[in-house]
Design a protein around this ligand. Structure first.
Ligand code: DC
Length: 225
């Protein structure tokens, strides 16, 4: 295998990127880099700093004057996220942080700061899988394999509704669908397939079917490498 085999998985929120990416990394004994978690930790940093997500000047200032230290560490129960030494693994999943993250992810200062962090983590292991909105297009245009994982807004909302109902959270499909559509609109410019990406639409596929398609593509490229 060539040195640093990198798999970039792009696609809209809720298409199943992280589950596929995690399983792919485990299959090859590699690392999974949850780039969304880095953005979420940056949002917590901005919130703790008391800076408005709309104030680009202030965001840019705090990121250059006192840049946060964000680490992804492998723990016994999966990946833990640390912000300036504090464990923020749980906090980054709060709904208010999801909303804030989608706003601060539009900040050029935040994106520039996280670009280096993401590129460094891609070289941290011989086999790395990164998922996000712009991994194959911007972060790793030279990734060994580029995947674009997508699904209709309706299919994504159905899965998310079932997932939350199974966890005992009472939600309405219509609300999840309209949230998805709003988030897709905000994320739209970053949610495009990279040139040469292998496109998988999972709307009508089971998880195993989606995974098998992607695994075949990775194995095909690996054999040629
Ligand atoms: O995948 P996620 O839901 O954890 O991502 C959280 C937010 O971060 C989402 O609004 C999109 C943004 N994001 C991004 O813009 N670029 C990435 N590479 C990863 C996440």
């Amino acid at each position: 295998m060539q040195k640093n085999f990198t798999v970039a998985i792009d696609g809209p929120s809720g298409a199943g990127k992280s589950t596929i990416a995690r399983r792919l990394a485990a299959h090859f004994g590699g690392v999974y880099v949850d780039t969304g978690a880095l953005y979420r930790a940056a949002a917590v940093y901005i919130k703790n700093s008391g800076v408005s997500p709309e104030n680009e000047g202030e965001i840019s200032r705090i990121f250059s004057e006192s840049p946060p230290e964000i680490d992804l560490r492998q723990g016994p129960d999966g990946q833990n996220v640390f912000l300036n030494g504090s464990d923020v693994t749980r906090e980054i999943r709060l709904p208010e942080i999801s909303t804030l993250t989608s706003k601060i992810a539009q900040s050029p200062a935040v994106r520039a700061f996280l670009l280096d962090a993401q590129r460094q983590s891609a070289t941290s292991a011989p086999f790395a899988v990164l998922d996000g909105r712009d991994i194959g297009t911007v972060v790793l245009p030279g990734a060994t394999v580029k995947i674009f994982l997508t699904a209709s807004a309706e299919a994504r909302a159905e899965r998310r509704t079932a997932e939350l109902l199974a966890q005992g959270v009472s939600v309405r499909y219509e609300d999840i669908l309209s949230d998805n559509i709003a988030r897709d609109t905000r994320d739209a410019v970053r949610t495009t397939a990279a040139p040469g990406a292998y496109i998988v639409d999972t709307s009508a596929l089971s998880f195993d079917e989606s995974f098998d398609k992607i695994l075949s593509e990775v194995l095909r490229v690996r054999e040629k490498a």
